[in-house]
Design a protein around this ligand. Structure first.
Ligand code: FES
Length: 123
């Protein structure tokens, strides 16, 4: 197993930032309709930066690892920059090739986080 696959496995087994923020700035429930896996995403935003992200729910190895990696990436980032992030940027964070069939898995947390951010902007 290469180092990138090991990293995915580590994030799956020990997801970072798994849980709930008590008073989030924005939240989003996100489901993968093809498999039924779900995440709840919470963001805490202060002074234009994401200062915390937590996620919880049920997902496969790729979705759990992706949300975990995303949470580490987002914390400390400017929300205007995050708003510009595209699916390919999220897939790039994983460091592994994801098959077309598993892209929805890899993007589940990202999709939720983007929608949570949109909720925040629309408040
Ligand atoms: Fe459900 Fe991957 S199989 S998110």
């Amino acid at each position: 197993m290469d180092i990138y696959s090991q990293n995915i496995l580590d994030h799956y087994k020990n997801p970072r930032n798994f849980g709930k923020i008590s008073k989030p700035s924005a939240s989003q429930y996100e489901a993968n309709l093809t498999c039924g896996d779900i995440f709840d995403i919470d963001l805490k935003i202060e002074k234009g930066k994401i200062i915390d992200m937590k996620f919880r729910g049920e997902g496969c190895a790729i979705s759990m690892a992706s949300a975990s990696i995303l949470s580490e990436y987002l914390i400390g980032k400017n929300i205007n920059n995050i708003q510009q992030m595209k699916d390919k940027d999220m897939l790039g964070l994983l460091g592994i090739a994801v098959s077309e069939r598993r892209k929805n898995c890899a993007l589940l947390g990202f999709s939720g986080a983007k929608k949570a951010l949109l909720n925040y902007f629309n408040k």
